[in-house]
Ligand binder design. Structure first.
Ligand SMILES: Nc1ncnc2c1ncn2[C@@H]1O[C@H](C[S@+](CC[C@H]([NH3+])C(=O)[O-])CC(=O)[O-])[C@@H](O)[C@H]1O
Length: 323
């Protein structure tokens, strides 16, 4: 079995500051691919091949991710597309608008982008990495800023498939998602901007994680970090006993002041907390495209300022720092 996604990426980076990546990446992805042979991968590839080719008359990335108008296709094709996209449920990170079909995802990821975007360095002509990029929603919004290249690293197979399903409607060669974890990235020291949003609290060793992110940046490059935080001073770090808002695998929730100190200790400079916002029930909710439980089920029904476990409800911060 072979497919062109990764080969295209290798060509893209061959003569770029990321060319050293080619020393390890092809072997990692070949290993990944061989492990997929026993799972659902063939089913996903088959589903991807069933998407009808359509003529896409508009590409909008500036204010939303929209490829094609409803008027580009007939009713039958529209129904066919809805049926195919539904096979890729649950859709968590979006929304996407494809030929008039609104993939109404669990998260209004656009709201996160609205909180982040006013504060970051322009992405024009930059090499950009998004660690834990999910379905790639924010990468599409980054593409609107005219970067040289946007690459996402996320080990989730479903997110890769959702990304490829969407990318069929805008096969821009500057955007790629690689199914690898942060721990597989070599120290490239080559990206102009590194994003990591919604990942730090999933890491058992958050300081090591910050070093890993730093080692992707060139000197003077920008880190954009978004994560769950708690109220408190430089010494406040919260660790749930088990689940947090029903999420497994949540480790450290620092205060913004503690996180600033961590970033300083790791060697970042010019550290700024640019946004702090609670997650609302409008931002994360059940939809027709993600039918299982969502934030409303994870908060205390009597007191929405607490999670169902009795911890402070989700509060998220955006920090920007320079290497
Ligand atoms: N080792 C790893 N390396 C890289 N990514 C990982 C790893 N382990 C898990 N992930 C990925 O980190 C992402 C976290 S979600 C944030 C998405 C987006 N950034 C957002 O801001 O909406 C937030 C949440 O689910 O709580 C998922 O896509 C995982 O697959």
């Amino acid at each position: 079995m072979s497919f062109p996604w990764f080969k295209d990426f290798y060509q893209q980076i061959a003569h770029s500051p990321l060319s050293h990546w080619l020393e390890v990446l092809p072997a990692q992805l070949a290993l990944w691919q061989s492990a997929q042979l026993h799972g659902d991968f063939a089913k996903w590839l088959k589903l991807l091949s069933l998407f009808p080719q359509t003529s896409v008359s508009n590409i909008e990335l500036q204010d939303k991710v929209e490829f094609g108008f409803a008027s580009d296709i007939d009713e039958h094709t529209s129904k066919q597309l809805v049926g195919l996209f539904k096979q890729f449920m649950p859709w968590r990170k979006g929304p996407f608008f494809i030929h008039g079909i609104h993939i109404d995802t669990e998260w209004r990821s656009d709201w996160k982008w609205d909180r982040v975007k006013p504060h970051i360095h322009s992405l024009k002509n930059r090499h950009v990495l998004d660690v834990g990029c999910g379905s790639g929603y924010h990468m599409w919004r980054m593409l609107a800023e005219d970067p040289k290249l946007v690459v996402g690293a996320d080990p989730s197979q479903l997110f890769l498939m959702q990304f490829q399903a969407i990318k069929q409607f805008n096969p821009d060669p500057r955007i790629h998602l690689l199914p690898i974890g942060v721990e597989q990235l070599p120290e490239l020291q080559a990206f102009d901007t590194v994003f990591s949003m919604g990942v730090l609290y999933h890491r058992k060793s958050p300081i090591d994680f910050l070093y890993q992110l730093k080692s992707q940046l060139r000197k003077g490059g920008e880190l954009v970090l978004e994560t769950l935080v708690v109220e408190g001073d430089e010494q406040t770090v919260f660790m749930p006993e088990d689940r947090y808002a029903q999420m497994r695998n949540v480790w450290y929730l620092p205060s913004t002041k503690a996180l600033t100190l961590w970033l300083e200790r790791v060697g970042f400079s010019n550290i700024r907390v640019v946004d702090v916002a609670p997650t609302t029930l409008d931002e994360q909710r059940k939809t027709q495209w993600m039918e299982s439980q969502s934030l409303a089920d994870f908060l205390d029904p009597q007191d929405n300022s607490r999670t169902i476990e009795g911890y402070p409800a989700p509060l998220r911060a955006v920090l920007i720092a320079e290497r």
